[in-house]
Design a protein around this ligand. Structure first.
Ligand SMILES: [Zn+2]
Length: 47
């Protein structure tokens, strides 16, 4: 029985405090790729 496919990439959305860049990553990106600022976890994306 395989009626449910687990999500391999549990992506989360992070938003940069400094420039507002949104990074979607399964892992914590750590810092903004654009400016190196702190990223805030916005939780699971609503799609
Ligand atoms: Zn940034």
């Amino acid at each position: 029985m395989r009626d449910k496919i687990p999500t391999p990439n549990a992506e989360r959305r992070y938003e940069c405090f400094e420039c507002g860049t949104v990074v979607v990553s399964a892992e914590s990106p750590g810092s903004c790729p654009e400016c190196g600022g702190d990223l805030r976890n916005r939780g699971t994306p609503m799609e």
